[in-house]
Write a protein that binds this ligand. Structure first.
Ligand SMILES: C[S@@+](CC[C@H](N)C(=O)[O-])C[C@H]1O[C@@H](n2cnc3c(N)ncnc32)[C@H](O)[C@@H]1O
Ligand SMILES: Nc1nc2[nH]cc(C(=O)O)c2c(=O)[nH]1
Ligand code: SF4
Ligand SMILES: [Mg+2]
Length: 260
């Protein structure tokens, strides 16, 4: 993809940007869905650039900490999706895809064309859109880029990330309106109380039924090596609390190669 970095996209603050029927696209590729309830399903991935959070561990650094992208119009994006004629599932991810107004129009176009749509989102933004599966990954306290963890080493994003990472209203609307999964990146045992508290809070704030099997624990790890260090502990946490474990099939298969 051609590369440029826009300050507006860097900050995930695109309200005032004239997007003119296009989206900042970091990559578009065909792979197996690696995570969650649809793991293993052949899917086209559309990765938008720009994010309103800054998880220190973000495995898509060039959509968040240092965004790169080409602005592609919706016709071009949909045509590229259709080039992969084996696929009937599309995953719209990022960055945070729901910061962009045009993502709603893209989802409409994909749905009208007959695709099953999954949106990978951090759950801080609600949009009324054609979403079959809202794959929500709320960010735990352990994701906050404290100075000692920040890839840029200055801790500038810590407060903003911490203040924005949970929005109960947005989460409630997402689980009420769409098929959903709550997919938590887990570092260690300390995350469990954070997960339990959030699930309890969400259950109390919505009439939507949230089953334990809708709560997925996914080991942190952008590489095989790091995943190996966390998968067993994550599996044990899932067993102990009755939550579902999700692998990261693409990391097992292709490690951290781009476009996988
Ligand atoms: C790059 S994010 C993009 C979508 C959205 N911003 C979000 O966080 O859900 C896609 C998925 O990767 C997960 N993820 C990011 N970095 C990870 C890491 N180092 N290990 C495991 N999962 C990670 C996110 O939690 C999310 O489920
Ligand atoms: N194969 C594959 N599956 C995925 N599921 C969610 C992904 C994402 O980055 O959102 C992802 C990804 O990057 N690759
Ligand atoms: S919310 Fe998603 S894209 Fe944004 S920094 Fe966290 S993992 Fe990366
Ligand atoms: Mg990924």
């Amino acid at each position: 993809m051609p590369v440029n970095a826009d300050t507006d996209v860097v900050d995930g603050d695109v309200d005032n940007v004239e997007t003119d029927g296009s989206l900042p696209i970091n990559e578009l590729f065909y792979s197996l869905q690696g995570e969650g309830k649809l793991a293993g399903v052949p899917s086209v991935f559309i990765r938008t650039s720009g994010c309103n959070l800054r998880c220190w561990f973000c495995d898509s650094y060039h959509t968040s900490w240092e965004p790169t992208h080409a602005w592609l119009d919706l016709d071009t994006i949909v045509d590229e999706v259709k080039d992969h004629d084996e696929a009937d599932h599309v995953v719209v991810t990022g960055g945070e895809p729901l910061i962009h107004d045009e993502t709603v129009r893209l989802l409409d176009r994909l749905s009208t064309a007959g695709y099953h749509t999954t949106v990978e989102t951090n759950g801080t933004i609600y949009r009324d859109a054609s979403i079959d599966l809202a794959s929500i990954s709320p960010k735990l306290a352990s994701s906050t880029p404290l100075p000692e963890k920040d890839p840029k080493e200055d801790g500038q994003w810590a407060d903003r990330h911490e203040n924005q990472r949970i929005d109960i209203d947005a989460l409630s609307h997402l689980v009420e309106d769409y098929g959903f999964q709550l997919k938590f990146v887990t570092m260690d045992q300390d995350d469990v109380s954070d997960i339990n508290q959030l699930v309890d809070r969400l259950r109390a704030s919505t009439d939507a039924v949230i089953r334990d099997s809708d709560v997925l624990l996914m080991p942190e790890g952008a590489t095989r090596e790091r995943l190996n260090e966390r998968r067993e502990l994550t599996a044990e946490m899932a067993l102990k609390h009755g939550y579902q474990y999700t692998p990261r099939l693409h990391v097992d298969l292709w490690n951290d190669a781009p476009e996988t």
